[in-house]
Design a protein around this ligand. Structure first.
Ligand code: MN
Length: 313
């Protein structure tokens, strides 16, 4: 396809009215057990799920990366733990905190500290420099730390938009209390049962932070054409009555049917991801994700020419 045709297809996809939902079960495609953890800088001990999923960035579009930091106890220190100044262009980084707190500063003036229940939704778009590290007060005290980072792709039309930073506080999240004491759904982006989350997104995306009590059921309905995946952060769930997923497993669903039911076998914490795929070429070079190799070369030139702004380490 030419670029023009691709762009038209993507625009149609994201503007199409919601397809009527059926009650057809959306089957499990695969349950991925957690890949080994690796360190990002010296502050983030994460499992990188996209490294174990074939063609992950295409298969799970618009998501480009999911790094999950399972609960890990950090000793007290006066040293700054994390990652120093680095660039991003062409997408968004979304950081969710459950335990501990993360500080961030970027060259566009965005920054702050997020704590349990908060989310930082950073649109790198045309390019930023930023640094990400444990909040100083948390580091001095030490303690358990649990977070995740998602990378969300941007469509071509917005890859070179101005950078933006959304600090989404726990109290702002949409909150749905499930029937029968099943648990709660905190809506970060998109909507659940008509309750909206605070994140402004460029394409249709749902991100839910879910707690289920033992025996609690979570019904989900997403358009079949859209990507759907659930990270089980703790506990254990039965999916559609057919599969079991336990702590740190990632469930990826087929693009058939629309109804998903998760039942907690034991108290569970889930991260639900859903979004309209972006039907455009993906060319990635480390922290740059564009549509063409020429755009990647330009990103490198711009970075080396200090066009991403400045930020002190
Ligand atoms: Mn980063």
């Amino acid at each position: 396809m030419t670029h023009v045709e691709t762009l038209t297809a993507a625009a149609t996809e994201t503007r199409a009215p919601t397809a009527p939902l059926t009650e057809r079960v959306r089957a499990v495609e695969a349950v991925y057990t957690p890949p080994g953890t690796h360190w990002v800088g010296d502050g983030f001990r994460v499992a990188g799920y996209f490294s174990v999923i074939p063609e992950a960035a295409r298969r799970l579009s618009p998501f480009l990366l999911l790094d999950y930091h399972p609960t890990w106890h950090y000793a007290a220190t006066t040293r700054r733990r994390g990652v120093g100044v680095h660039p991003h262009r062409g997408f968004e980084t979304v950081t969710l905190a459950w335990q501990g707190s993360v500080a961030h500063h970027d060259s566009a003036g965005g920054g702050g500290v997020i704590g349990p229940g908060d989310v930082q939704w950073m649109t790198a778009a045309s390019g930023i420099l930023h640094k990400e590290y444990h909040d100083e007060a948390f580091s001095r005290a030490g303690g358990p730390f649990q977070m995740a980072q998602l990378w969300v792709n941007l469509p071509r039309a917005h890859k070179m938009a101005a950078p933006k930073y959304q600090a989404l506080r726990a109290a702002e999240m949409g909150l749905v209390t499930l029937a029968d004491g099943a648990g709660t759904v905190r809506v970060v982006a998109g909507a659940y049962e008509g309750v909206r989350g605070p994140a402004e997104t460029f394409t249709p995306i749902n991100v839910y932070d879910v707690r289920l009590n033992a025996g609690g059921a979570l019904p989900l309905r997403f358009e079949a054409a859209h990507t759907a995946a659930v990270l089980v952060m703790s506990g254990s769930v039965t999916v559609n009555g057919t599969h079991t997923a336990k702590g740190n497993d990632l469930v990826v669903f087929k693009n058939e049917g629309d109804a998903i039911t998760l039942v907690a076998d034991a108290e569970a914490q889930l991260l639900v991801l859903n979004g309209a795929p972006i039907d455009e070429p993906i060319v990635q070079y480390g922290p740059f994700v564009m549509n063409t190799a020429a755009e990647i070369r330009q990103a490198i030139v711009d970075f080396n020419s200090d066009r991403f702004g400045t930020l002190d380490d």
